[in-house]
Design a protein around this ligand. Structure first.
Ligand SMILES: [Zn+2]
Length: 414
């Protein structure tokens, strides 16, 4: 039944898409080169729509000076340089961001009765993603150049900004000349920087903070910390940065995160995720008691309370005292870790943060790295180009942030 409905609808649609020849008086069009393009003839092309294959016949204009042709009807129908209707491209983009391109192809066939190649899903999803990424970038450039408009909305009690990095496997050509994680090995991955913004209004019965339902939005890309800082700043602004009574940034204590906060979010409460901080303690425990798990656990039991109670000076003083009878390798780890705790000490005053009812963990962004990035971009056998990965990341963030339909509305309006 569906197939025969599609057949009838595509036949009717083909009739509707027969554009008439322009009258004698309207056979020229301005060409972007400044010259005039002349009407040549009616031309047809096949277009796959959500009800099946149709034929569009429309006037073709050619400029005799620059030899560039144009189909005004194609711009109107949003089918410039493509043989897929906007409806089919929207479906391809949706399934292409959700799972592998081949799985997307199968879903299209099953759910919509539309047959396309895996490559077509890939091309369309990446093209739409790239367009979304470009729109995002234009918005960022405008926002950075001009004063951002003041967001008018309800007051936000606490606004959180979280950020983290996660590796995505890329093609060899994308890592040439880059240092890998292990010495001498070329990097096989590139880092996606992911950020999220969410709000908190209250606490639960036991006094733990609750994230406001559906309040989390994400931004991400493979890009420099400087570019990413602007991206996150614009997102925070859209989410009510100027209306927030309290602002909190949570990260893992990495230098690039501190730099972004200094530049774009000065004066916020800064917190190092407590689980990352504890991981640093474990690194020390493993160095001091190699291959002796019970001793490592005893060491953690004795020293983690200093961290959890925010007494970082006590912790670093102890670490300093351990240096005297340590091996050279242990000394090096003690030196690095002491510097880490010292640099971040004011970001680890956990009892104080708890008293304010703040989150002290960055679980939301780590979950984002797994579901938003990992689940789609780190499947076995996947090797991305930076451009392709960024297109799919932009598409996934757009979809996750509930802005996918807004994008198509804007496209229709343009
Ligand atoms: Zn021209």
């Amino acid at each position: 039944m569906r197939a025969s409905m599609h057949q009838a609808a595509s036949a009717a649609l083909t009739q509707i898409l027969q554009f008439v020849q322009p009258p004698e008086s309207q056979r020229t069009l301005p060409c972007p080169c400044g010259h005039q393009a002349q009407y040549k003839e009616q031309r047809s092309k096949p277009v796959l729509t959500i009800v099946g294959l149709v034929t569009v016949t429309r006037p073709y204009y050619l400029c005799s000076r620059c030899h560039v042709g144009q189909f005004p009807a194609d711009s109107e129908l949003d089918i410039v340089n493509t043989e897929f209707s906007p409806g089919v491209r929207r479906m391809q983009a949706l399934v292409g961001q959700q799972s592998s391109f081949d799985q997307g192809r199968q879903e299209l066939q099953l759910l919509a009765g539309i047959e396309v190649t895996t490559k077509a899903v890939e091309r369309t999803a990446e093209a739409i993603g790239a367009d979304i990424a470009q729109c995002d970038q234009q918005e960022i450039n405008r926002a950075i150049q001009l004063q951002l408009p003041l967001e008018i909305g309800p007051k936000v009690p606490i606004l959180y900004i979280l950020m983290d990095g996660t590796g995505v496997p890329v093609r060899k050509s994308e890592t040439e000349g880059r240092q890998g994680k292990s010495q001498g090995q070329p990097a096989r991955t590139r880092e996606v920087k992911l950020g999220c913004v969410f709000t908190q209004t209250g606490l639960d019965e036991e006094g733990y903070p609750i994230r406001d339902l559906a309040s989390t939005t994400y931004v991400g890309a493979i890009e420099t910390a400087e570019q990413f800082g602007k991206r996150l700043y614009v997102e925070a602004w859209k989410r009510g940065w100027s209306q927030a009574e309290k602002k909190v940034v949570i990260g893992d204590g990495a230098e690039w995160i501190r730099n972004i906060v200094d530049q774009h979010f000065p004066g916020t409460v800064q917190i190092v995720d407590i689980f990352h901080a504890r991981e640093h303690l474990w690194d020390i425990a493993r160095a001091l008691h190699p291959l002796d798990l019970p001793a490592q656990q005893r060491w953690i039991l004795r020293h983690q309370p200093k961290l959890d109670s925010g007494q970082i000076e006590k912790l670093t003083a102890y670490l300093d005292s351990r240096r005297a009878d340590a091996t050279a390798a242990q000394q090096e780890i003690l030196r690095v870790e002491t510097a880490f705790f010292d640099k971040n000490k004011d970001r680890m005053r956990y009892p104080e943060f708890r008293a304010h009812g703040y989150f002290i963990g960055s679980g939301v962004i780590e979950a984002g790295c797994k579901t938003l990035i990992g689940a789609r971009l780190k499947q076995s056998g996947m090797f991305w180009s930076v451009e392709g990965a960024n297109a799919i990341i932009a598409l996934r963030c757009c979809h996750m942030n509930n802005r996918f339909e807004d994008y198509w509305d804007q496209r229709r309006a343009a």
